[in-house]
Structures are given as C-alpha cells and as structure tokens.
Write a protein that binds this ligand. Structure first.
Ligand code: ADP
Ligand code: NG1
Ligand code: MG
Length: 487
C-alpha cells in the first residue's frame, strides 16, 4: 500500500526496511513457526487534534497518524487456520480454525474485558465477510505493537486494521484505502463498541506532514497543514481505559442517537427510523450548527431524561427503543443525559471548522495569507493563530470534561499544569484515561516537556524523571498503512 496516492488504490511496497525491529520480529516469527514471514503490515496509531466524540454523530474530525504503530509479520498457510502470536508475552498465543465469518464468536472474558486476540478476530471476521467466506489461505501472524494500549491513541483500531489488511492481502483481495478503512470500522464494531470510523480512516488515509480533515458519507480525507511554528505534544495520564470493557462509550453513542431523534420532533419533516445521527438530524432540519445549539436549549431543556420519557416523546414503546437505538450493553439503562451530549457535539463540530479554517488561513490587516510556510505571514499573525488554536483545544477539553463527562482526574491535572505555562491541551481519543494532546510553540517544547515530567510524572505520579520519557513525546503527522512484500 503506497502512502502517496491519497484516497486511491492500495499498492504494496516491494521489500522491507532493514531495522532492528523488523529483524527481531522476523527472528521471533522464524523461531515460532520455522519459516520466515513473507510480508509485513504496519498500521499507525493516531492522535486526534480536535473533534472528539463526534465521528459517530457524522461530523468531521481532525486526526493525524503517529510514528507508533502495530507491526505484523505474516505468512500464508495451506490450511484454513489462524496462528496468532504476540511479541509481548502478556498477550497469550491463540490459534483458530477459520470457517464461516458467521461462526467467529467474539466474546469477552468473564469480567467483560475483551481478550487481546478478539481485536484480531474482528479484523479476520470483517475480512471473511467481505470476501463472502471464499478464503484461499490460512495465515500466521506475529504482532509487535508500540502504541500505548487503552490510551486514546487508537491501538485497538491499528490492531483490527492490521489483522484485516494482512488477512485480505493473503487472499489476494484488492481494496482501495476508502473501502478498507470503511470495512475496518465496521469490523471493529464486533468488539461491541459503536465507533464512528475516525481511527480506521486515519490509519489508512494518513499522509506524512499533514493532519487530515475527515468527512463522512462519502468518506474523504483532506490534508490540513498544521502551523509550522508549533508542535503537538502527547502526554499519557497513566490511567488506562479499555473502551470495550465498559458501556461508557456506547452510552454516549446512544444518548446522541436519542437526542437526534428528539430534535427531529421539533419539525414536521419526516425521517425514517434509520436516521440516528445528530448530523443527519441537522441536515433534515436544514439548520446551521449554531441554530442546532439553540434548538437543543429549546427542545432538550432537561438535565436528565428517563427511558419512559424518551419513549413517550418519540411515541414508541421500550422494545422498539431497544431495537432501534440502544445496544446490548445499554438496553438496561434508564436515564440519559441528552442536552449535555448534544451541546458538546454541535459545539465541538463548530470548533473543528474553526480550527481547520485557522490552520489554512489567517487574516492580517484584512488580507488573507497562508500560515504554513515562510510566505509573508507576520510573527504576530502566527502567534494569534496559535493562541486561537490553543483556545479551541482548551474549550474542547472543558466540554469533554463538563458536558460529555469523559475526562479523568489525571487528564484534568495535565491540562491544569499545562495552563500554568500557557500551553493549551485537551484529552484525545475517547477519554476516561489515556492521553492529552497539547499545542506548544516550538521554542517552548523542551521546557514544556521537562515541566510535565517534574510537575506531573515525578511530583504527582512518583515516577523517576529518567523513566518519564516513555510517557511524553512531541510528534508530527506520519504515514498511513503500509504493506511490505518480500516474496
Ligand atoms: P485505544 O484507545 O488504545 O484504542 P481500546 O480500549 O480501544 O484503546 O483498545 C485497547 C485494547 O487493544 C487493549 O486492551 C488490548 O486488548 C488491545 N491491544 C492494543 N495494543 C495491543 C498490542 N500491541 N498487542 C495486543 N493487544 C493490543
Ligand atoms: P479510542 O479512544 O482510540 O478507542 C474512540 C473511537 C473513535 C472516536 C473516539 C472519540 C473506536 C474504534 N474508536 O477512540 O471512533 O469516537 O473514541 O472521538 O471506537
Ligand atoms: Mg480504540
């Protein structure tokens, strides 16, 4: 799969880069299976710069790919089996005879936490469904992942996508990047979470040096140049949150669905039962995002709605509500926060638009100039751009904390510590733990990282300063998915 042809077809790269990681993974593969891998698949993690919890509502998001990735060594087998290994011994071996996609059962452990290999099975199941069960080869996979897991940097989607891509490549199936990103988003839902598709989209559509403005229906990625004068710094809160192990994530998804359905009742417009996103509701109502914010205040005034209230507003019974809008792990819920979730979504969608516009142009004395190079933008204008972007990130975090209630005390602490240095940051990914992303002027990056080490990792988390390096890093936009074929 090349990384230079935007939204078009996937083409494998011949050969593999010579580096220690590839060599070590090849050796593990050989020691385990007695043969060399014949191809490698690499899928990056991502950091979402802005646009949180709005992909599943149909609104654009602005992520970029990380250098940290899931790298998988692979080979075909003549039987119809999956042989799965992981370089990290905490992830146990797993083998499975692959039959029909319908037969791949993806169940969590007795505590409701997914097994690591369930994410791989999601990718295989989705791939098998795509090829109508017409499997030609089994597959050996050896996984080496360096994306911090359960940290909002999309380790799960990198694993699902790597498995799906490796499996389909083994079958000789040709898919373009848009198709496979869409397929992987659908495949990951087998884990139980109703994700929106951002992680899989950036995994395949990312390009080096630019973030991507991702829009839906149809899926499209448009490069966005980020200001050269600032860097993005990612810092781990040291709290992990596995999104499929609780119903926190799906609860937000279904609250947005219910809000969309209730907002639709504000007009006589007819909408079939499949209309479930806030963006679809907005389009049907023909309103601007700001008008949708006003509508929320008028039509969703209460702090909390009970299930029976929602049923009565929508004129449906509980069974219908469960079947149409809820998920297996949310069907027992009786109370929903609709105003708060919908306000976050519409206001975050506005922030994404503002952020993108600010990145691509800045106005100096009435003249428009581009801010992504040395093309005549004054230092003052650039500083204004960074201040503006920082403020948008700051408001995004406040909204996620207060309206969406998906922050964590460690994330809030990182945000507060950063503010002392006038650096704005926000939680990234789903939240409830994981990482923050900060926008920091280049000349302050080292000082900022040192300050986080002292004030957060050493002082608050009791970690030796030398070990704190593992948890905080500056990053620039990286490539998307790659297949290295060495046959
Ligand atoms: P994230 O924000 O990182 O996507 P998720 O909760 O969605 O977090 O998924 C995290 C889960 O993905 C982990 O608990 C683990 O099961 C799986 N995972 C992530 N990275 C790896 C890896 N390198 N090897 C095995 N499993 C992994
Ligand atoms: P993380 O936290 O990386 O698992 C999740 C969703 C995204 C998006 C973000 C919140 C999946 C696979 N990923 O990301 O689609 O909704 O939360 O913006 O469900
Ligand atoms: Mg995930």
């Amino acid at each position: 799969m090349t990384t230079t042809n935007g939204n078009s077809d996937t083409v494998p790269i011949k050969g593999v880069p010579c580096n220690n990681r590839i060599e070590a993974l090849s050796k593990h593969f050989y020691d385990e299976f007695g043969c060399k891998p014949t191809y490698f698949v690499r899928i990056p993690g991502r950091v979402n710069i802005i646009g949180e919890h709005i992909d599943y509502c149909g609104y654009p998001v602005l992520p970029m790919a990380l250098e940290q990735d899931i790298l998988v060594a692979a080979d075909l087998t003549k039987d119809s089996k999956l042989y799965l290994r992981n370089i990290n011994s905490k992830y146990e071996k797993f083998d499975l005879k692959i039959n029909l996609f319908e037969d791949i059962d993806i169940k969590p452990d007795s505590n409701g936490k997914p097994f690591w290999y369930n994410y791989v099975l999601c990718g295989i199941k989705g791939g098998l469904e795509f090829i109508n069960n017409e499997m030609i080869h089994g597959i050996r996979l050896f996984v080496d992942g360096i994306i911090p897991p359960a940290s909002g940097l999309s380790s799960s989607s990198a694993l699902v996508s790597a498995a799906c891509l490796a499996f389909l490549y083994a079958q000789g199936a040709g898919l373009n990047k848009i198709e496979i990103a869409t397929l992987c988003a659908k495949s990951e839902r087998y884990i139980g979470t109703q994700g929106g598709g951002m992680d899989q989209a950036i995994a395949f559509l990312a390009e080096k040096y630019s973030a991507q403005y991702i829009t839906w229906q149809p899926l499209k990625a448009t490069p966005v140049a980020l200001p050269e004068e600032a860097s993005f710094v990612v810092a781990h809160s040291l709290a992990e949150a596995n999104k499929a192990a609780t119903n926190d994530y799906n609860r937000r998804v279904i609250e947005c669905r219910l809000a969309a359905r209730i907002l639709l009742t504000s007009s006589d417009a007819t909408a079939n039962q499949k209309v479930i996103t806030l963006c679809q509701a907005q389009n049907i109502l023909g309103k601007t995002l700001n008008e949708m914010v006003d509508l929320v205040h008028d039509f969703l005034p209460k702090e909390m709605y009970t299930k029976s209230e929602v049923c009565s507003i929508l004129n449906i019974d509980e069974n219908t509500m469960n079947n149409l809008y809820l998920t297996p792990n949310t069907s027992h819920l009786n109370e929903f926060k609709l105003k708060q979730r919908a306000l976050h979504v519409f206001e975050e969608a506005l922030r994404v638009e503002d952020f993108r516009k600010t990145c691509t142009q800045t106005t100096v004395n009435g003249k428009t100039a581009h801010s992504n190079g040395s093309n005549g933008v004054t230092k003052d204008a650039t500083e204004t751009t960074i201040v503006k972007l920082g403020k948008l990130m700051c408001s995004s975090h406040d909204s996620l904390k207060n309206l969406y209630e998906c922050s964590h005390e460690n994330l809030d602490r990182l945000v507060d510590i950063s503010r002392k240095m006038n650096v704005h940051c926000r939680l990234t990914g789903a939240g409830w733990g994981g990482c923050v992303v900060a926008l920091c002027p280049n000349d302050k990056v080292n000082e900022y990282i040192e300050m986080l080490k002292d004030e957060f990792y050493v002082k608050h988390c009791d970690i030796e300063k030398s070990k704190a390096n593992a948890y905080v890093f500056a990053t620039t936009p990286n490539y998307g998915a790659i297949i290295y074929d060495i046959r």
